[in-house]
Every structure is written in structure tokens, then in C-alpha cells.
Design a protein around this ligand. Structure first.
Ligand code: F0G
Length: 449
């Protein structure tokens, strides 16, 4: 039995449903242009009988594939042989129970968990996806790769590309990227192209560039990347003693995570490895709230895969007519045409999901709380706690439910937002530096202890 034979690619459009083997890199269905999924013939894969069996891999953590927080779950993303697998130690993350942050969101003690993805090698959750996508890139013999990015994808691509000897070019919008992230792509040696435009412009350009130059695309259109991101959910389950939470709360940008998480739970249920699928809350910033508008106001749904394309087309036509460009301090999710929209709608269906948008003021306050009482995070990650606060106020999430919020990126990714918040006393939780004369008595007077 060949490992590759167990997996195939399938178009998500039920009217098309075209299937392809995994030896090709396409990123959109060549027949109808829709997104592709990775599907598995589970009977060809030796999936452990229960999730806790994966814990045995910890005994072999001197082996890179058993150490990886993605590949130690490899039977659940079995699309390539071990010899192609790429890892640099991603997924050593922490699921932190946090009562102080819970109190802020009006959740009962002991019920809120923060899945901190900032510990990944490049400082964000993207590394989960890149371990999988670069493995596929090696499997198909790709020599050169590209991505569009609001900053974290480019940092992660740059790091993984040089680690496995693939060239990379990253496209970023001008003036739209946090400094920590920009510094990473330059330092890790990526060819960085700054386009006069926003992320959505970069996303459109990179697809054409990849087609014309035959580059391997690493955005979340790439279905192999999303397979790696499923591991974030496996680790949350692991952190909860191999049980599922009641809710997952995740930021919504290009909607890769929400798409991957729903798929992860669907498969685990199908395999009989979990009993119940958690509910999911996807949180936008109000300045980039396409998903919220389409789902809550325009009533767009998955509808068994027959998504009403005219609603989307009209929505995007209106954005274009208004020359709309999204704006939020959470630059990572400053996206108005999310490429995984349809897969995300499917996840909303699978997970009985809800969608909300939170303001920049709410984001920076929530971020300050996560910094003060937790491990810190970048602005886009803090939408989870701001969104949770909304959903608690509406009583959609109960105070005694067990909730896991995904903190997607490290606090040092975007120091400017943090420094401005505190120095300019932007919100309720500011903690600015106190200016002191260079004089011992005066300094001592200023110290409160
Ligand atoms: N949080 C962070 C820190 C991100 O960098 C991103 C996306 C998201 C959340 C949104 O995740 O796209 O799966 O809904 N960043 C991409 C990038 C767009 O280019 O780095 P999503």
C-alpha cells in the first residue's frame, strides 16, 4: 500500500466534484475554479483506535516527526510519504487555562483556555500549515514558491523555504505589515515584493504570478496547508485530556483556520474519535467584516455546497464600486475578500458556528488583558477574547461552557500597536512608562510598591 494512494484532492463544488491525485499542485479546481479539499480513503490508513493513542509518540520525541506538533498526528493528514515530510519543530504550543482573562470575558473560573500559537518557530500558527504545505511542495518537486501575506504567512514561508531548500518570493501590501513580521521575511532571506495595494490586491497578483511562472503557492488556497492547521485542534483536544471543548473561538481573516478546524472535527467525528463536535465562533474586525456581513446580514450559507454565488458577486462588486479597502489595527486580518469563504461556510454548518465583528478599541483592550494576565498576543489574536465577551453578553456562549480561544500570533509581531496603546493611553488598561528625572530620591518617590 502506498501512503499517497490513501489521499486525493476533490473539488468542493458538488456540481463538479472532480478528483485528482496528490501528486499535482493546482490550488483551484482546473475544471470549475472552486476550492479543493484533501480527502482520505480511511480504510487504507492505520488510524489509531482512540485519540489518546497519539500520546505514545511523546516517548520518541528525539525523532523529528514524532516531536512535531503536526506530524505526530500524521495518520490524520496522511497525504505524503515520510521521506518528503518537512518539520522544524512546529506545534510545541501551550493550552493555558486562564481565570483572569475568563473574568474579563465573564466566563466562570476554570472554563477558559487560551491556545497559544505564538510559540511556533516563526511566532504564529502558520507554521502548522507550512510544515504540511512544504512537505507537499517537496513531494511534487517544487523548486520555487510564493505567497501573498499580511505578514505572518510571509514570515513562516520564508523560514520553511530556507529550511528545506525551496526558493521563495513573498508579496505584501505597502505600509500594511507589522514590523516584526516584515523583519522576519527579510532576515530569513525571502525575496520580498511590496505591492502598491492591500492584501486582497497581493492575493490576486500572486495567483497569476504562480500560474505564469509555475511557482508553488503557499496561501491557504493550498489545501495541503489547511491539513497541517487541523493539528491545532488535535493539540487543544490533547491539552484537555483528549476531550473536546464546548466552543472554539478563532479570528477570521482569510478563513483558513476556521475552514481547517471544521474539517478536522468533521473527520474526527466520522472516524468515531470524538463524540461531539464543538461549536465555533469566528471573529472579524469591524473594519474587515465581509464574513460577518455575508453570514449575519445577507444570510449566506453553505447550503450543501450550493452557495449562492450571486450574493458574493454582488457584495464584491459593491466593494469595488466603493473603492473599499479594509482597515483595522489587527493588520493580520485586514482582508475583505477571504479566499476560503466557502470552506468557512461549510465549517459554520459543521460546527453550528456563529460570526461576530469587534471594534479596534475592543481589540486593543482585550489584547492588553491577554498581555497582563496571559502570554500576550498580537492584535488579530485578541479578537477572540473581544468576541467572546460579546457572545457572553448575548448569552450565546454560556458562562460555564468550556471554551478554547486560539491566540494565533506572538505579541512581538506588532510592537507598534502595543506601545501606542500604552504610551498614548488609548484604552482602559494602559500601562505607560513613567518619566523620571535622573535622581535617586525622585525615582524612589515614583515607585509604588
Ligand atoms: N491571526 C493571525 C495572527 C494571522 O496572521 C492571520 C492571518 C489570522 C489570524 C487569520 O487567519 O486567514 O486563517 O482566517 N494571516 C494571513 C497572513 C492572512 O498573510 O499572514 P485566517
Amino acid at each position: 500500500m502506498s501512503m499517497t494512494g490513501a489521499a486525493y484532492q476533490k473539488c468542493i463544488n458538488p456540481d463538479c466534484g472532480a478528483e485528482f491525485d496528490c501528486g499535482q499542485a493546482m490550488f483551484k479546481c482546473p475544471q470549475c475554479g472552486e476550492l479543493l479539499d484533501i480527502r482520505y480513503n480511511w480504510d487504507k490508513i492505520e488510524v489509531p483506535g482512540k485519540l489518546s493513542d497519539f500520546a505514545k509518540r511523546w516517548a520518541n520525541k528525539d525523532r523529528p516527526l514524532d516531536f512535531s506538533g503536526v506530524w505526530r498526528f500524521r495518520e490524520l493528514l496522511s497525504f505524503c510519504e515520510d521521506k518528503y515530510k518537512v518539520t522544524i519543530g512546529e506545534g510545541q504550543t501551550i493550552l493555558q487555562q486562564n481565570d483572569a482573562v475568563a473574568e474579563y470575558a465573564e466566563v466562570n473560573p476554570g472554563r477558559l483556555y487560551l491556545q497559544y500559537e505564538g510559540l511556533n518557530p516563526s511566532g504564529s500558527f502558520k507554521d502548522n500549515g507550512m510544515a504540511a504545505a512544504f512537505s507537499h511542495a517537496k513531494m511534487v518537486g517544487a523548486a520555487s514558491s510564493a505567497c501573498a501575506s499580511t505578514g505572518n504567512t510571509s514570515a513562516s514561508v520564508a523560514l520553511y523555504a530556507h529550511s528545506c531548500g525551496v526558493k521563495c518570493t513573498v508579496f505584501i501590501g505597502s505600509g500594511r505589515i507589522a514590523f516584526g513580521k516584515l523583519s522576519q521575511s527579510m532576515d530569513y532571506g525571502a525575496q520580498t515584493i511590496q505591492i502598491l495595494g492591500d492584501f486582497d490586491d497581493c492575493m490576486r497578483q500572486v495567483q497569476d504570478v504562480c500560474t505564469k511562472l509555475g511557482l508553488y503557492l503557499l496561501n491557504s488556497l493550498n489545501p495541503f496547508r489547511l491539513e497541517g492547521q487541523k493539528a491545532i485542534m488535535y493539540r487543544i483536544i490533547e491539552g484537555l485530556g483528549w476531550t473536546t471543548p464546548d466552543w472554539i473561538v478563532v479570528p477570521g481573516g482569510n478563513l483558513g483556520n476556521s475552514s481547517a478546524f471544521g474539517k478536522a472535527f468533521y473527520e474526527l467525528k466520522q472516524l468515531g474519535l470524538i463524540e461531539r463536535i464543538p461549536r465555533m465562533a469566528i471573529i472579524n474586525a469591524t473594519g474587515a467584516d465581509t464574513l460577518t456581513d455575508l453570514v449575519n446580514n445577507k444570510k449566506l450559507t453553505w447550503n450543501d455546497g450550493k452557495v449562492d454565488q450571486t450574493i458574493i458577486d454582488e457584495y464584491y462588486a459593491d466593494l469595488t464600486a466603493r473603492n473599499f479597502s479594509p482597515h483595522t489595527c489587527a493588520s493580520a486580518i485586514e482582508i475583505s475578500r477571504p479566499v476560503n469563504l466557502k470552506k468557512c461556510l461549510r465549517s459554520i454548518e459543521i460546527c453550528d458556528g456563529v460570526v461576530r465583528a469587534v471594534t479596534d478599541e475592543e481589540i486593543v483592550d482585550a489584547k492588553a488583558i491577554i498581555g497582563k494576565y496571559g502570554l500576550g498576543c498580537e492584535p488579530a489574536s485578541a479578537v477572540t477574547i473581544a468576541g467572546l465577551k460579546h457572545l457572553r453578553a448575548e448569552n450565546i456562549i454560556g458562562g460555564d461552557e468550556r471554551i478554547a480561544c486560539v491566540l494565533t500570533g506572538h505579541p512581538l509581531k506588532d510592537p507598534n500597536v502595543t506601545v501606542n496603546y500604552h504610551k498614548e493611553k488609548q484604552g482602559q488598561f494602559n500601562n505607560p512608562p513613567i518619566e523620571a528625572p535622573n535622581d535617586l530620591d525622585a525615582i524612589i518617590k515614583l515607585i509604588k510598591n
